[in-house]
Design a protein around this ligand. Sequence first.
Ligand code: ZN
Ligand code: ZN
Length: 84
Amino acid sequence: MILVGMIIFALIIYLIYSENSNKCTCETENARAKCYNCGHLIKDDFVYCPKCKVALKEKCEGCNKLINIAWRSCPYCNTKRADL
Ligand SMILES: [Zn+2]
Ligand SMILES: [Zn+2]
């Protein structure tokens, strides 16, 4: 009976461990950044935060590409953002 209990225990530990490692990979793949306003996890290509609806990206005046709102200048054409 002790052996059966140990096997079940090991199985439970294995299941918890594999579930956690799967979850970890998923989170690091999908959500690398956090919203600067509310801290909600966001994807790199999100334009608006799904939680607090704040704008995360803005169109560059020089090349019209969407750039991170925290950046002081555009990495594509080096135009400085007017409101910073
Ligand atoms: Zn937010
Ligand atoms: Zn630009």
